[in-house]
Design a protein around this ligand. Structure first.
Ligand code: AOF
Ligand code: ZN
Length: 346
C-alpha cells in the first residue's frame, strides 16, 4: 500500500475534481503493475496497473488507495476491470465517498468472489484525498492555512512585507505544497504590499496552483503579477471589476466566506493553500473554514511585528487546537502541522 500511496502522490494537484489514486498489483511477492490517476478524464489508476501486468494479473493481489469505482463516469467501472482481469484479492485504503460509488465498488468485487480488505493505510490515503473528499461531501475545497513566523510569533517586521522568515529548506517544502494544491489564496492586502507571483519554483516537473485573491472591493491592480490566465478574484456582489476582467481574471462574487468557498468548489478547486495575510486568515479561521494548519517556525526574534492571525482573540480555554499533530525539522526551522476539521470519510 505504501507503493500505491507513492503512485497516488504523483497525481496530487493534477486530478481535480477527481481524487489522486494509486494502484499496485502484486503476484508472489513481486510488483507486476503500477498506476496512478493522472488527471480527470484520463484512465483510473487500476487501468494503468492492469495494462502493465497484462495476463499476469490473473490471481494477483491489487492494492488501491481508493475503493475501485462501480459507476460509468468519464471512464468505465474499475471494479469490473479487476473482476475481468481475474484478480484474486483487493486491498483498499479508503472507501469512496462519491454517492455513485460509496461501498458499491467493494460489494461488486465481493459478489464476484474476490477477497477484499478495507482500511489498510487509511490515514495517509485520507490525507491525500482530503480535497476530493471535501469537494464531494461539502461542495467546497479543503483549506490549508500555511504561514511562516519567527520564534516570537511574527510573520513580518513592522512596515515590511512578508517573506525572508524561513530557511531554504522550509521554502523548498512550501514550493512542494504549492505544486500539490489546486489553488493558492491570498488577501488583497498581501497583493498590494508584496505583489507576489504565487508560482511554484524549483520543483522538477512542478505546476503552478491557480491564484485566488480575496478582494472584497476589487482593489487588485490590473498589472498584479498574480493575475495570470485562470487567476480568480473573489469579490463582493457590487464591486466594479471591469479592469480586472480586462486583465483576464475570473471574477467570483460572494457575500460570505462559505459562499466564496462553494463558488471555488464549483470551479473544481478541491484544495486551497491559504498563504495569508493575517486579516484573511483570521476571518477564515473565525468562520471555522480552516481545515488544516501548516506552521513554519524560524529560530529568530523580531520583537515587534505582525501576528499570523488578525482578528479572533480567544481565551486559552477556547484556543483552536490542532489534532493529529506532526512536527518535523526543516533545516534550522520547525514545521508544526495538524488538522482543525476532520477529513470527510463518507
Ligand atoms: C477509481 N480509481 O483512479 C479514481 C477513481 O469521471 P470518472 O470516470 O473519472 O470518475 C470519477 C470518479 O471516480 C471520482 O469522483 C471518484 O469517485 C472515482 N475516482 N476511482 O476507482 C481512480 N480516480
Ligand atoms: Zn475507477
Amino acid at each position: 500500500m505504501r507503493l500505491a500511496l507513492e503512485q497516488a502522490a504523483r497525481g496530487l494537484g493534477r486530478t481535480a475534481p477527481n481524487p489522486p489514486v494509486g494502484c499496485v498489483l502484486v503476484r508472489e511477492g513481486e510488483v507486476i503493475g503500477r498506476g496512478f490517476h493522472p488527471r480527470a478524464g484520463d484512465s483510473h489508476a487500476e487501468v494503468f496497473a492492469l495494462r502493465e501486468a497484462g495476463e499476469r494479473a490473473r490471481g494477483a493481489a491489487a492494492y488501491v488507495t481508493l475503493e475501485p469505482c462501480s459507476h460509468f463516469g468519464r471512464t468505465p467501472p474499475c471494479a469490473d476491470a479487476l473482476v475481468a482481469a481475474g484478480v484474486a484479492r483487493v486491498v483498499v485504503a479508503a472507501l469512496d465517498p462519491n454517492p455513485q460509488v460509496a461501498g458499491r465498488g467493494v460489494r461488486r468485487l465481493r459478489e464476484a468472489g474476490i477477497e477484499v480488505t478495507v482500511g489498510v493505510g487509511e490515514k495517509e490515503a485520507l490525507r491525500q484525498q482530503a480535497g476530493f473528499r471535501s469537494l464531494v461531501t461539502r461542495g467546497r475545497p479543503w483549506v490549508i492555512y500555511k504561514y511562516a513566523m519567527t520564534l516570537d510569533g511574527k510573520v513580518a517586521a513592522p512596515g515590511e512585507g512578508g517573506g525572508g522568515v524561513t530557511s531554504a529548506e522550509a521554502r523548498a517544502r512550501v514550493m512542494r505544497w504549492r505544486d500539490e494544491q489546486d489553488a493558492l489564496a491570498v488577501g488583497v492586502g498581501t497583493v498590494l504590499a508584496d505583489d507576489p507571483r504565487l508560482t511554484t519554483r524549483g520543483v522538477p516537473g512542478g505546476r503552478d496552483p491557480r491564484p485566488v485573491i480575496f478582494d472584497r472591493r476589487a482593489r487588485t491592480p490590473a498589472a498584479a503579477r498574480a493575475l495570470r490566465p485562470g487567476a480568480v478574484v473573489v469579490t463582493s456582489p457590487q464591486a466594479q471589476t471591469a479592469p480586472l476582467e480586462g486583465a483576464g481574471a475570473v471574477i467570483v462574487r460572494a457575500g460570505t466566506l462559505p459562499e466564496a468557498l462553494r463558488e471555488l468548489g464549483a470551479l473544481n478547486v478541491s484544495t486551497l493553500l491559504l498563504e495569508g495575510g493575517p486579516t484573511l486568515a483570521g476571518a477564515v479561521l473565525e468562520a471555522g473554514l480552516v481545515d488544516e494548519v501548516r506552521a513554519l517556525i524560524a529560530p529568530k526574534l523580531l520583537g515587534a511585528g505582525l501576528s499570523p492571525l488578525g482578528a479572533p482573540v480567544r481565551p486559552m480555554a477556547g484556543a483552536a487546537a490542532l489534532r493529529g499533530v506532526h512536527t518535523e525539522p526543516l533545516g534550522p526551522d520547525l514545521l508544526i502541522s495538524g488538522l482543525l476539521n476532520d477529513i470527510p470519510r463518507l
